[in-house]
Design a protein around this ligand. Sequence first.
Ligand SMILES: NC(=O)c1ccc[n+]([C@@H]2O[C@H](COP(=O)([O-])OP(=O)(O)OC[C@H]3O[C@@H](n4cnc5c(N)ncnc54)[C@H](OP(=O)(O)O)[C@@H]3O)[C@@H](O)[C@H]2O)c1
Length: 283
Amino acid sequence: MAIHLNGKKVAEELYSKLLLEVSLLPIVPKLAVILVGSDPASQTYVKTKEKKCLSLGLQSETFTYSQDVTESELIEKIKKLNEDKSVHGVLIQLPLPAHINKNRLMEYLSPLKDVDGLTPDNAGRLAQGIPRLIPCTPHGIMALLSFYGIPIEGKRVVVLGRSDIVGKPMAQLMINANATVTVCHSKTKEIKEICQTADILVAAIGKPKWLGPDFVKSSCSVIDVGIHREGETFCGDVDFEEVEKKCHAITPVPGGVGPMTIALLMKNLVLAASLQSKPGRRP
Ligand SMILES: NC(=O)c1ccc[n+]([C@@H]2O[C@H](COP(=O)([O-])OP(=O)(O)OC[C@H]3O[C@@H](n4cnc5c(N)ncnc54)[C@H](OP(=O)(O)O)[C@@H]3O)[C@@H](O)[C@H]2O)c1
């Protein structure tokens, strides 16, 4: 049976270190969340983030907009939050309605307040190997692998998905850690054969239980980013019950990548606050 990579436990360890860091800061970091529409999953994620801020003694405020908000209204709000010295991190909850261009919004967000690591500045820094604020999910995955001592250097990593928030930064982090990386997406041919070569396989495609045991070799560590409601509980992009019988290590859903994402968001907020409290730093 595979080793279960327990994100809940690793996140708790991260929080104890973070509490100490927060107590040493001369300010109380504050997160501003922009939430558009009434998607229940987005509302739940935002509530989880607010609660976690509270439990760590951090502040948070959510600004809610209706589904038909315009791009310019959101840009005006972002500009105000950039100027607001009491706010240290700004998160725009995704997904946004189709008429809003996420990348256009990111061009207006201050890179020092970009706790999701999605501005062109932070994405470019990551690509150049000089990261500052890194997208939380892939950063959390790196922390999880490191905690369990899973080697990355020289290994073959396959990333399923190429989103700006998971797939692409995951691939960049793995390249920076000296892995040999293949990124697959909906147009990739022979995807199963590619997956079978992976020492580490990251599934972030948004399809419930899509990845079965025939995709993995026995020495593979499987990271499941997907999260889908399944009755009273959740499942991931990986068929956990079947794949865990075959692979070396695997993240459960829930309790794997999800808690690490929240933990790294809190870490990014504290980092953003400390970056902003340092005088003379370039934006
Ligand atoms: N646990 C967490 O903390 C956390 C955080 C973020 C996201 N998530 C979850 O992770 C999943 C992925 O999120 P995301 O934001 O990256 O999703 P996304 O923006 O929808 O991207 C999905 C990616 O998967 C690719 N894809 C879709 N079907 C595929 C297939 N059959 N074979 C190969 N590639 C395929 C798409 O390819 P194309 O580019 O060609 O369309 C796209 O690149 C979702 O379930 C999301 O809810 C969880």
